[in-house]
Design a protein around this ligand. Sequence first.
Ligand SMILES: NC(=O)c1ccc[n+]([C@@H]2O[C@H](COP(=O)([O-])OP(=O)(O)OC[C@H]3O[C@@H](n4cnc5c(N)ncnc54)[C@H](OP(=O)(O)O)[C@@H]3O)[C@@H](O)[C@H]2O)c1
Length: 189
Amino acid sequence: MEQTVRDLRRPPDLVFLHNPERSTNGEPLADACAALDDAVRAGLARAWGVSTWDPRPLLPQLDTTTPRPTVLMIRSGLLVPGPVLDAADQLVHRWKPTDVWGMSPFNASPHDPVWEAARPQVFLTNPPEGCTPLRAAFRTAYALPEVSTIAVGSDNETHLRELLGTLSWGVDYGVVDRYRRLLRARSPQ
Ligand SMILES: NC(=O)c1ccc[n+]([C@@H]2O[C@H](COP(=O)([O-])OP(=O)(O)OC[C@H]3O[C@@H](n4cnc5c(N)ncnc54)[C@H](OP(=O)(O)O)[C@@H]3O)[C@@H](O)[C@H]2O)c1
């Protein structure tokens, strides 16, 4: 983080602890979070967060002493397995981050035939003209699970504009709830 401040010539707005569930050195989650908390206090970043691909291994490590992140970033979208969605909900409920962001709404596979087959438009209240499966999947990802911001990968300005244009579309939360119930029935906890 010290090197980053030198490279950027300013403290970054946000630094993520990346996939702590894959920590191979056995460092407790609370210690890693405390180190980031200290770094923010020392002025090395404006805030810190945790980005997790699979929150399930983090749940047993969480206790009242674990410092709270400003942002918790979790997988979002229709390709997230049901048990991962449920664990993300639990993590948000117990850790109470200031903000929850989603990531990788297409699971990095925008050409997967699943997007045509699954018809993500059914998750929208009133899909407008020009609502492609990918655009509908992106909008729906804000509700699976509930997130305020999504990190999506793109090198294409037109793609980004297409995605931004979906933010005013309505999500049918009744359909989202039914989908979550179906996922739970398919893979009971
Ligand atoms: N913590 C973790 O383990 C972890 C893991 C993965 C990702 N992440 C985070 O999540 C972010 C996004 O994930 P990601 O890039 O792997 O996957 P993604 O956002 O699900 O998918 C990116 C792909 O979608 C395409 N795409 C985007 N908009 C499109 C559109 N409107 N139409 C057609 N194709 C479109 C992009 O191609 P074009 O370039 O052609 O638009 C790119 O190939 C990453 O930058 C990272 O911050 C974190």
